[in-house]
Design a protein around this ligand. Sequence first.
Ligand code: GLC
Ligand code: CA
Length: 559
Amino acid sequence: MDRAWWKEAVVYQIYPRSFKDSNGDGIGDLNGITEKMDYLKELGIDVIWLSPVYESPNDDNGYDISNYRGIMKDFGTMEDYDRMLAAAHERGIRIVMDLVVNHTSDEHPWFIESRRSKDNPYRDYYIWREGKDGKEPNNWGSCFSGPAWEYDSTTDMYYLHLFSKKQPDLNWDNPKVRDEVFDMMDWWCRKGIDGFRMDVISMISKVPGLPDGTPGANGFGDFGPYVCNGPHVHEYLQEMNRRVLSRYDLLTVGECSGVTVEEAKKYASLDGKELNMVFQFEHMDLDGGESFKWNDKKIDLVELKKVLTKWQVSLMGKAWNSLYWCNHDQPRMISRLGDDSDACRELSAKMLATCLHMMQGTPYVYQGEELGMTNVPFESLEDFRDIESINAYHELVEQNHVLDGETMLRYLRYKSRDNARTPVQWDDTENAGFTTGTPWIMVNPNYKKINAKEQMSRADSVFHYYQKLISLRHEMDIIVYGDYELLLPEDPAVYAYTRSLGEEKLLILCNFSREEQKVDLPASCKEENPEVLIANYKDPSLERETLRPYEAVVYYYKK
Ligand code: GLC
Ligand code: CA
């Protein structure tokens, strides 16, 4: 058992724009986070991952950075940041920064220089190409609709942007770019931060020649095979590790689109040469994936078990997993895989939490998940703020006419990233207590019944259930380090698995359906005399033969 603090930690993700507004301008900010530090302490989390707070023109809510060493004005000042960092550290909470270095903003001074002329010293900081027959250099589509290339008349060339045209891709093959990035990381480490979440870090190394991709539904070529896990990505991360990461005590997690278990064993190998862990997407892609995101397909439980089990088993003893249902890019899991009706909301929120938090890996809780926050009843396109959602609507409905407006709105209500980005519901006063001004994005109207104040005042709330899951992980090595084994792989409604460590064993049973389910466990899981560790119903059965709607139970035994 190779212990490490980041294996034993629970991380809480803050999307600062939507967390807490301290000055009434309708936008969450750093002082708002400082105000709520005691709330996070009470929840019991160890680490905050802070989505970007750097200077940014906000084309993609801070994922387009114009100054890596400055704070976005909307969020406050560097003094506010330092105060927040100190407030976290005083409470034993660590801060992980979002590192967005696949691209910068087009308003970053490097890019402003780069586009000036072909011989500008910053030209090769980005990826510039000549057009082909008066068109883009290749057929790649950007993640946010349209081509992945933007024409620039100053030099009659195109630059690459895998995301919006205000997010030009950096050229990592240029050693000067790596020097700049590593210097900047070092600067934050010296400030005392505790780690990095690395935005789309699997995409920093592109296949030379940038070949055309297979065209998808939108007519553009898929850059995935030429960009994800590219030829030098491991070399660059090992260099980053040697030059920066290994010199500090950090938590590092790479957001790795397109990562396979084989690749993850390199990125997150236990030998510590690259990163601690990665975010993989296979379980998120089961209802469509990036290229086929806009639909209302449901995730199939048998498939979900297969995918999560593959990750649990393949990385065991070789690399480390991250565990997540939610983040700022995903709709609310309770509305996607659980049941957000009044009757089942809390049960299914607790069931999903149990299923995830009993696995091996470092769990991530996304703001509001611990309250059972749900998807949002957006009424029209005007209610949306997310560039991906808005662009996709224009492209699919107005330009290409592949979907009608009503259908697309239904898909957006189900899958849009904005579902995760409405303000945290603090109490039942106006605007859910998030702001005294006008919030930058609508508040979910269900805040009167779903809010932190109510959750904290009630012993059997989702909040207190998360609190208990987190404290169990801190108390029990088996939850962190135990081996995982799946039971009943073909059962379409029940997720059952065990964890074992030495003489100890956990049996985790989760009913993903609204109906009662029979559970036909192997004899080996029935003999012993179990103790119930945590459950979302009162009086769970010790017989382990049936599960009530959305019931979750964790049994503990010692041989
Ligand atoms: C990552 C971020 C997402 C952002 C994109 C471009 O996927 O999580 O929010 O839009 O990268 O930076
Ligand atoms: Ca504010």
